[in-house]
Ligand binder design. Structure first.
Ligand SMILES: [Zn+2]
Ligand SMILES: [Zn+2]
Length: 651
């Protein structure tokens, strides 16, 4: 008989093969493809325009693996349509590697089912009420939002909900945005459930991934805590999805196959017909709109642990408390910090810039150090003693021959966390200081560092936004925002929302154990209204205003945006081609076409970049029309096209 087999490659259709085996939809098979062998899946649909001249080959073998469920196949077909991604590439997200499947792992799940003594955790009345509301209509698809102040114990509520589901024999998936630093979270999980969750992210070993993949396919592994890609695991019996920190924009995958993992999690839950819980302190605009429309149910936690109150806010006006030359910390703030240190409070200086200085130039020729591959300034990292491109990884030393004479005379313009850390050291020489950024915390000894921070053995932290992500530092009662700059939102339609989320998450790190805490904002911008809007204990006021602005301007979530990025080596040819491409698609698609314009980062990894933005109604018609038109346009050699549905990053 003839069978359709989808292969994990760039094709948008299944290939037709011949087989005597009794093959059913979802079963894994090995087939010849060109000169190689490849693992594919029996799909639910044949190729529409079947090429009759093509010689039909035989399936080589069927694999002894629990088949992919029909619901999952339906989800993948939809996923491919929505994100304008070939079906084969969607399957690739599931298959991970053909190797994992051929060597199906058995009897190695002990670590994940081992039961140890559990802590008994008592929920507060408020938590119990939320849990009850969360568990309503748990036997079918529905979206529930648990909105709770930072430190209000949201995790315990959804752990209880998950326990309930596992006890009924189902599997659960917890999605987290920053999966690199899950140590604290895993510990909490183990204490609550008495067994280890399977941790899934790009950093874990291939061997471990194979074990987890198999354990999920045969239903032995009960809970996965994972990054975006865990959404494509072949769960045998998924019963609940939880998206923690649902507002976090790192759920958006914007390189390679682009998709928003939060949104795709919601649609996977819908295809599986299971409940999904979104957890947040401040919902994303999209989620907030769905709550307002009554599409999502919601419960709220307002009390913090041990009745801790939220931090106070204080603005340090830098026009009044002038900074000295080459200094970024005012006298006023040093006094404030001293006050906190004397009370054994931990202090955090926040600046969202890695390295020592974001802009390095020469005092004689005034040439900046910029990346030869990207239109971006190189950042000086003093610890590594090099200049680094944060986009392509290019490195160079600080020494450079000057066009004037001899060597360049270096000036560092502006601070990064390393530079602030030096200034902090000068002011507080007896204190232990630690930099908290992706350069210092993604290493092997990071859990040791975390332990020291938690125990207040480190008195002062200097951190980037990495620190705003879900950490619990009991003694942290003072946060200094070195430079709150609200003006640089420029081309980013989500600028205001991003700031709201960032400062809300950040201040949520402070005052978690009941002691009074304060967040200080150093700023030249004395628009106090803006800061008080951002830090208001009721974020709904800000969200509802922001939603009005989006509605008036027909921005997402009221319209759909689709970005098309064209890249190429030759600037002139790319510009011309982008122009022709726009004319070609304009009359043939179901939306409005804006651009082409040079991308804000015009050159990236040696490629020039041009953006086209398509705006249209929120229906799959828009995607379908784009998917149909793109293959009909013949790009000249070397020009590449990327589609990004619901873009978040407009670089
Ligand atoms: Zn670069
Ligand atoms: Zn020079």
């Amino acid at each position: 008989m003839k069978v359709p087999i989808l292969l994990p490659n760039i094709f948008n259709h299944a290939f037709t093969y011949e087989s005597d085996l009794d093959l059913k939809v979802g079963e894994y098979v090995v087939v010849p493809f060109g000169k190689t062998k490849i693992t594919g899946v029996v799909w639910d649909e044949f190729e529409k325009e079947n090429n009759k001249d093509f010689k039909v080959k035989n399936v080589l073998k069927k694999l002894d693996v629990y088949p992919l469920k029909k619901k999952t196949i339906k989800f993948l077909n939809w996923f491919s349509k929505y994100n304008i991604i070939p079906k084969g590439m969607a399957l690739k997200l599931v298959l991970l590697s053909s190797n994992a499947i051929e060597e199906f792992q058995k009897d190695v799940y002990k670590n994940y089912i081992l039961n140890i003594k559990k802590n008994s955790i008592k929920l507060s009345e408020e938590q119990k009420k939320s849990l009850k509301k969360m568990n309503i209509s748990n036997q079918k698809f529905r979206v529930h939002v648990l909105q709770g102040t930072t430190g209000s114990g949201k995790t315990m509520v959804y752990f209880e909900a998950l326990k309930n589901i596992i006890n009924k024999g189902f599997q659960g998936l917890i999605l987290l945005p920053e999966i690199g630093l899950t140590g604290q979270f895993e510990k909490k999980f183990l204490e609550f459930f008495g067994f280890n969750p399977a941790i899934w992210h790009s950093g874990i070993t291939k061997k471990k991934k194979e074990i987890i993949w198999s354990g999920i396919a045969n239903g032995e592994i009960k809970v996965v805590i994972g990054a975006r890609s865990s959404l494509f695991l072949p769960f045998k019996n998924l019963g609940l999805i939880i998206v923690d920190e649902e507002h976090d924009q790192s759920y958006k995958q914007d390189e390679g196959v682009t998709y928003n993992a939060r949104d795709m999690a919601i649609s996977r839950a819908s295809f599986e017909n299971i409940p999904i819980n979104l957890i947040t302190a401040v919902p994303s605009i999209e989620t907030y709109e769905n709550i307002k429309k009554g599409k999502y149910s919601i419960s709220k936690l307002k009390q913090r642990y041990q009745n801790a109150s939220l931090p106070n806010y204080e603005i340090i006006n830098l026009n009044e408390f002038k900074l000295e030359k080459q200094s970024w910390l005012s006298k006023k703030i040093i006094d404030k910090v001293n006050f906190h240190l004397n009370q054994n409070d931990q202090v955090l200086f926040f600046l969202n810039r890695r390295g020592f200085s974001p802009h390095v130039l020469c005092n004689k020729c005034f040439n900046s150090y910029s990346c030869p591959n990207c239109s971006i300034n190189l950042v000086y990292h003093k610890n590594k003693n090099n200049l680094l491109c944060h986009y392509c990884g290019f490195k160079s030393s600080l020494k450079r021959a000057c066009v004037k004479d001899a060597d360049c005379e270096i000036i560092f313009s502006g601070p990064g966390v390393e530079r602030i850390s030096e200034e902090v050291k000068k002011n507080f020489p007896s204190k232990k200081i630690e930099i908290f950024s992706s350069d210092t915390m993604n290493k092997k000894d990071s859990s040791l560092k975390l332990e020291k921070i938690i125990n207040n053995e480190v008195q002062i932290l200097v951190g980037t936004q990495l620190i705003s992500k879900g950490f619990h530092f009991p003694s942290l009662n003072c946060i200094v925002v070195v430079d709150i700059d609200l003006s640089s939102q420029g081309h980013d339609l989500r600028g205001a929302e991003k700031n709201l989320q960032l400062y809300h998450q950040l201040s949520g790190r402070a005052g978690r154990t009941g002691k009074p805490a304060t967040v200080y904002f150093q700023t030249y911008n004395t628009n106090a209204k803006m800061i008080s809007d951002l830090t208001n204990n009721n974020p709904d006021i800000f969200l509802s205003k922001e939603l009005d602005i989006r509605r008036q301007n027909k921005l997402p979530p009221f319209e759909r945006f689709i970005s098309i990025i064209l890249t190429g080596d030759n600037e002139a040819r790319l510009e011309k081609e982008a122009f022709y491409f726009k004319i070609f698609i304009e009359k043939r698609i179901d939306g409005r076409v804006l651009g082409p314009v040079s991308a804000p980062i015009f050159r990236l990894k040696r490629k020039y970049r041009i953006r086209i933005l398509i705006r249209g109604s929120k229906s799959l018609k828009l995607q379908n029309s784009i998917a149909e038109i793109i293959p009909k346009y013949k790009f000249s050699n070397g020009i590449k096209l990327t589609v990004d549905v619901d873009p978040i990053n407009f670089n």
